[in-house]
Design a protein around this ligand. Sequence first.
Ligand code: NAI
Ligand code: 13P
Length: 320
Amino acid sequence: MIVSVLGSGAFGTALAISLAGNGPVTLWGRNSDQIRAMQDSRQNESRLPGVPLPEGLKVTSDLADATQSQTLLLAVPMQKLRVLLSENHAMFKGKTLVACCKGIELNTGLGPIAVIRECLPDAQPALLTGPSFAADIARGLPTALTLACCDEALGRDLQQALTTANIRLYRTQDTVGAELGGALKNVMAIACGAVIGAGMGDSARAALMTRGYAEMQRMALACGAQPETLAGLSGFGDLTLTCSSELSRNYQLGLSIGHGRAFDPSVTVEGAATARAVDAKARAMLLDMPITHTVVGLLDHSLTIAQATAQLLARPLKEE
Ligand SMILES: NC(=O)C1=CN([C@@H]2O[C@H](COP(=O)(O)OP(=O)(O)OC[C@H]3O[C@@H](n4cnc5c(N)ncnc54)[C@H](O)[C@@H]3O)[C@@H](O)[C@H]2O)C=CC1
Ligand SMILES: O=C(CO)COP(=O)(O)O
């Protein structure tokens, strides 16, 4: 299977480096200056400095060239997925499109698979998600991820083709569960970072992770997901990683909220838009998602950390 990775940020570059161990791979980026610099230095200096690009990895800013491959991995931020697909519609027709982004679209409440289906009804969508930092994948450290695809035969082919020396793939047909797990864990990571940044301690974080997981399940099951998917790599696995590591940008945003410090707005933090999208979706579905709602309050500055904590602790007592 000939593969191209679209999006030359941290994750796209890391995936392309790892996949190059299986055979030739093309990595596409939209910024021609950045791509020229990558071609010259054979590294992605802004995202993965010091990690060499392997020989079999071709880097290009020519989308027509990259989309010669039948299988395209889409490693762009969730809120940019629709624009990439719709602006270049003709080049994506009939392709196998593997979304590698984690989030829910702000204006529509849709996940990546549904966005692909809307933009390109004749494409074959799949999702690659689960606990993995780009820096770990790029350095060849071992990881295990979820490959979600409704079509079982295609899912099996993708699982074979995208498994690498350091990425072990598990397969599921539950695309709804996989995309909601990956999207919602980022919202919980912002909450956990805020709690740690504000000095509330590890016990408070464990409470938030556990009740956050209950919230993730509530939304996912209401949308038709399987509970086992949420308990797997794309849900529980990624929740654990992202809520406990300072390598996570979502957790870092939370830390800065907790510390009362500014955060660089250019950093990709999927949980911020996703929290707003999920909060609106939960209201429309009459679902109780208090942690997500509180994260939106913190992001919008309508709540202080002290108010947010008091509000969560004052909720009516109930059965677990
Ligand atoms: N960095 C990580 O460790 C991991 C990231 N992911 C997911 O991968 C996705 C991308 O994240 P990163 O690569 O880390 O972010 P990044 O900020 O490093 O890179 C994003 C890339 O997307 C490109 N881009 C933005 N808008 C675009 C557009 N309209 N058309 C084409 N390209 C566009 C940017 O130029 C940039 O190269 C996110 O959904 C993230 O949750 C998933 C697992 C791990
Ligand atoms: O999704 C990730 C780890 O699985 C990366 O997390 P951040 O986007 O928070 O950096």
